[in-house]
Design a protein around this ligand. Structure first.
Ligand code: ACO
Length: 436
């Protein structure tokens, strides 16, 4: 097969035949054009091959743009640095869902809408008792969010815009409650109900840390850091968990089922589980003196050890979120009076060495957002098992915005990749007595 460039199209010729086809090039607002291959099989009888979908655009989207080569992340056109500095998580949530920043009236109405949905159905509480106390909280929230489909029947009709709107509110509003309860269940403390005099991040910290017998005052520096962590994780284009949500959504599944699928996908150490893995790795390294030996193991082709928190499928430059997270990390540590934290010292030394090592430089492996988020969360008192849960709380808004965009896009069809079949050719069944 050979290809030639023409204005606005690519001509693909099947070598050794006189068959060729013109593939239209589809431009985005920014970013590379994409070749529309939809008629390739009909016209040439071939599929495309792209394991991991690194070269495949699966949809049109107006939500998030990433330029991984230069390290740019935009939500609805706004740079993440500006949103992290000037906005709030709920304002970013509004932006992701609706396409524009809210006016003051829209902002208050949206915030009120989220507050109004932050309690969970009381019967849903009993689901927690079905889990072992030592269950991973990701397993718990995956189950409880999936179970929401059994409780909120009045927001399951995906063809009804009002149902879609309410489902979005419910998911964004209830995830902090569901997540905090998973934590409380694991430590045997009573569940704390949400409080509507607190902001979104504050409320989450309150439900995580407060106990009924005493007043709990949320530290405003930590609340701001939490809000920023939520902003930084709110959406990230067509990553594995978002694509999972979209794939589940393409079948017409209800939004709660789709978000539960996203949570399951996020759990893996190559994705949302990475910040938990960073802390495990730092603990395993233990001391700056052991970094050299660890880096040798990472570089050894015969070992499967990876430098967790480094590298990204899309960013081949500094992850812009990592820089913001690094500053936030210093703010939190200084607020909490944590000076010379051994883990942070280790992380800084590891970062310095890796950024100057030929292996990482050549492969364009830079620290990603997870490299620092684990350290902040640990300093804030979160157990490592809650790190990915927190990521899920933040990403829920991205998932539901992408899900809504997909459901409202008439060009979307059920997701159904093809394959290169490399198994046995057709053969006849062999009776058991003749096998051997
Ligand atoms: N440590 C050591 N080597 C690495 C790392 C790493 N963290 N990441 C990639 N490499 C190497 C690979 O071994 C490969 O080397 P080779 O060319 O000699 O074979 C090369 O860099 C390219 O790696 P790929 O696996 O092709 O990169 P891919 O884009 O598929 O993987 C991923 C991206 C999964 C994130 C990977 O970098 C990784 O496993 N990182 C650690 C886990 C992590 O931090 N994940 C968080 C991602 S961000 C998020 O989900 C929010």
């Amino acid at each position: 097969m050979s290809g030639t460039n023409a204005a606005g199209s690519i001509t693909v010729t099947l070598d050794g035949t006189n068959k060729s086809t013109k593939l239209a090039l589809k431009p985005g607002t920014i970013g590379p054009q994409v070749a529309d291959i939809r008629k390739l099989y009909d016209e040439l009888g071939v599929f495309t091959y792209d394991p991991g979908y690194g070269n495949t655009a699966s949809c049109d989207s107006t939500i998030t743009y990433i330029d991984g080569d230069v390290g740019v992340l935009l939500h609805r056109g706004y740079p993440i640095e500006q949103l992290a500095e000037k906005s709030s998580f709920l304002e970013v949530a509004y932006l992701l869902l609706n396409g524009e920043l809210p006016t003051a009236a829209q902002k208050s109405e949206f915030e009120l809408g989220v507050l109004r949905h932050n309690m969970v159905h009381e019967q849903l509480r009993s689901f927690y008792n079905g889990f072992r106390r030592d269950a991973h909280p990701m397993a718990v929230i995956c189950g409880v969010v999936g179970a929401m489909s059994a409780f909120y029947h009045d927001s399951l009709d995906i063809s009804n815009p009002e149902h879609r709107r309410i489902a979005a509110f419910r998911l964004i509003a209830k995830l902090p409650t569901i997540a905090a309860w998973a934590y409380k269940y694991s430590i045997g403390e009573p569940f704390m109900y949400p409080r509507n005099n607190l902001g979104y991040a504050e409320n989450f910290l309150h439900m995580m840390n407060a106990v009924p017998p005493e007043e709990y005052k949320v530290n405003p520096v930590l609340a701001r850091a939490m809000d920023r962590i939520l902003i930084l994780h709110a959406d990230h284009e067509q990553n594995a968990s978002t694509s999972t949500v979209r794939l589940a959504g393409s079948t017409g599944a209800n939004p709660f089922a789709c978000i539960a699928a996203g949570i399951a996908s996020l759990w893996g150490p190559a994705h949302g589980g990475a910040n938990e893995a960073v802390l495990k790795m730092l603990a395993e390294i233990g001391h700056v003196d052991n970094i050299k030996g660890f880096i040798e193991r990472v570089k050894d082709k015969n070992s499967s050890v990876r430098l967790m928190g480094f590298g990204h499928r899309v960013y081949k430059n500094y992850d812009p979120r990592a820089k913001i997270m690094m500053n936030s990390c210093h703010e939190v540590l200084s607020e909490l009076g944590i000076k010379g934290d051994p883990l942070l010292d280790l992380a800084m030394e590891l970062e310095k060495i890796a950024l100057n090592d030929e292996y990482f430089v050549q492969r364009k492996l830079y620290p990603n957002v997870d490299f620092y988020s684990g350290i902040i969360l640990k300093a804030m008192g979160f157990p490592t098992s809650m790190f990915t849960v927190l990521f899920a709380v933040a990403r829920t808004v991205g998932w539901i915005s992408q899900w809504r965009e997909q459901v409202e896009d008439p060009t979307q069809r059920i997701g159904r990749p093809r394959q290169v079949y490399t198994g046995a050719k057709q053969r006849d069944y062999v009776p058991l007595s003749q096998r051997g």
